[in-house]
Design a binder for this molecule. Structure first.
Ligand SMILES: Cc1ncc(C[n+]2csc(CCOP(=O)(O)OP(=O)(O)O)c2C)c(N)n1
Ligand code: SF4
Length: 533
């Protein structure tokens, strides 16, 4: 059977057909739709595959490893910066190894379309010393997700599948395979495999090191890696992941140069050595950091290797067929004109968004102090950094609003306000709040609760209606946990509360709560649809 699928959907369908028992994930562009596809998939619903959102990427990764421990096939998905959050478990899962197949899908965002950096997750796979798959098209994304569980079980290791925005969010026809049955529950044969006490961890780590040769052989034999010969040996090309697609788009009749197509790491050494022997120079095309260009060029700076490091390709941002053509010194003619309709539109809060009311009042209060600072977080409310609000001074990573506010406050800054959303608070704000409570740090935390994870499309927030209970549980004094309704008619009351709590010499939490208007409209539409059917 064939379907037209987005790259992310191809991953989801491949995992379902590959015998997965559950997906564990926290939303983040461009990975979100993998889990959403599984949540809406008939087979996944009928067979009750695990598919509920986790509180953050670390809890997702750990739960997926737990499913693998129990012998079943588990997938964990996140955007690239999510892997920073899950890195502790990720690195250690490489040492424990797996029982049931364990697939970690990481979606990178080169050019930072909706992210704060463009880190390359292939570094993490190298760091953890585990195999990494990187599809060049949607069919490979499906095939890799389908095969990854078996590969993981055969090699006894987690497998990373790295995709990037362009592949994640474009469609192609995908041929599907027969659905594999799920694994039966089966505990690890070695009861100590997952007990990383130093004595056991040392043995497990040696095991991981001894597998490195197998990983390399596996890459050389992989159906996804290829040596494609070419008549013109003046140049040999190493094309990684989607860059292979961009390369081939340049040549209707096939590439004249020998090419090593790399879609499974570690690098297939034999192919690279052959290319090096046969060609005068080597061009490395990789989407992301120049990781393998650096490896091949080496410490001695081999001069016949080019790529992002020597300026043949730009050092940052996404690749595309035109950039590859320029690197190959091909003439770019007949490029289509970009329509006048395509203009840059800065993102903005929706008209009527509850965050607008929060910033209107906050700006009024902060103006009276002049020198204070607002430490914000990541979510729709980050748009408060732009005019007309220009209300926030920092946005760094999820959870950093409360902890950075604490540090600034420790330095003597006053007043200090933190702005965080409900989902970001439960993702990684709660622990920072505990630090502040423990030291009675005089900060005011605004948890702008729109009952939704809006920035990524309105997924269910994990602590709906329980934010105030969590804050009190962490130790914020009940009289300093205040819920307000952020509507224009309440601005005066909000102003009084904000001002009073800013003056309080301890931790205070204000929760402006009103549902995101987009989420509200979507929920109402879904209800109407359900009623009709
Ligand atoms: C570590 C990490 N994971 C995921 C994301 C993607 N992401 C950005 S903001 C956000 C959550 C926003 O929800 P919330 O804090 O409730 O704010 P809202 O958008 O609803 O206003 C997510 C999941 C990210 N930027 N970083
Ligand atoms: S999607 Fe919701 S939270 Fe985001 S700007 Fe629009 S109304 Fe506000």
């Amino acid at each position: 059977m064939q379907k037209v699928l987005l790259g992310v959907e191809a991953v989801a369908q491949g995992a379902i057909d590959g015998g997965m028992s559950g997906v564990y994930a926290y939303p983040g562009t461009p990975s979100t739709e993998i889990t959403e596809y599984i949540q809406g998939n008939k087979y996944a619903v009928e067979n009750d595959l695990h598919r509920r959102w986790a509180a953050n990427e670390k809890t997702a990764m750990e739960s997926a490893l737990g499913m693998s421990y129990a012998g079943k096939r588990a997938m964990c998905c996140m955007k690239h910066v999510g892997l920073n959050v899950a890195a502790d478990n990720f690195m250690n899962a490489a040492v424990t190894g797996v029982n049931g197949g364990f697939l970690i899908v990481v979606a990178d965002d080169p050019s930072m379309h909706s992210s704060q950096n463009e880190q390359d997750s292939r570094y993490y796979a190298r760091f953890a010393q585990i195999p990494c798959l990187e599809p060049s098209n949607q069919q490979e994304a499906y095939d890799m997700a389908y095969r990854a569980f078996q590969l993981s079980e055969d090699l006894g290791t987690p497998i990373m599948l790295r995709i990037t925005t362009r592949l994640a969010h474009s469609r192609a026809i995908v041929s599907m395979k027969e659905t594999q049955p799920q694994n039966e529950l089966k505990l690890p044969e070695d009861p100590r495999q997952f007990v990383l006490l130093p004595g056991i961890a040392r043995k497990q780590y040696k095991k991981l090191l001894s597998k490195q040769v197998d990983f390399e052989h596996c890459s050389e034999d992989s159906e996804f890696n290829k040596y494609i010969d070419g008549a013109d040996k003046s140049k040999g090309i190493i094309a990684c992941g989607i860059a292979y697609n961009y390369l081939m788009e340049n040549f209707e009749d096939g590439c004249p140069y020998p090419v090593v197509k790399v879609a499974q790491y570690p690098l297939p050494r034999k192919f690279i050595e052959k290319l090096e022997k046969e060609c005068d120079s080597i061009l490395v095309l990789e989407e992301g950091y120049p990781i393998y260009e650096e490896v091949i060029k080496g410490y001695l700076e081999k001069e016949n290797v080019s790529g992002r490091l020597d300026g043949t390709l730009p050092r940052d941002g996404e690749l595309n067929p035109d950039i590859v053509a320029t690197a190959l010194k091909r003439n770019l003619t007949n490029l289509p004109e970009v329509s006048d309709l395509v203009v840059g539109r800065p993102p903005a809060l929706c008209v009527g968004c509850s965050h607008q009311d929060v910033y209107t009042v906050l700006n009024k209060v902060m103006a009276e102090y002049g020198g204070g600072r607002v430490f914000a977080d990541i979510g729709c409310y980050t748009l408060g950094a732009l005019p007309p609000y220009s209300a926030i001074n920092t946005t760094v990573d999820m959870g950093a609003s409360i902890t950075m506010a604490k540090g600034a406050c420790d330095s003597g800054l006053f007043p200090v306000v933190s702005v965080i959303g409900d989902s970001t608070f439960t993702h990684s704000g709660m622990t920072g709040l505990l630090d502040a409570v423990n030291e009675k740090t005089p900060i005011t935390v605004l948890i702008s609760d729109n009952e939704s994870i809006s920035m990524t499309g309105g997924q269910e927030s994990s602590a709906k209606y329980r934010i105030e209970e969590i804050c009190k549980g962490v130790g914020v004094e009940p009289e300093h946990v205040i819920v307000v309704n952020p509507l224009k008619k309440n601005h005066e009351q909000m102003y009084e509360i904000f001002k009073r709590e800013l003056e309080y010499k301890g931790v205070s939490v204000i929760i402006p709560r009103r549902i995101c208007i987009q989420k509200n409209a979507r929920d109402a539409k879904a209800k109407r649809k359900a009623k009709k059917s």
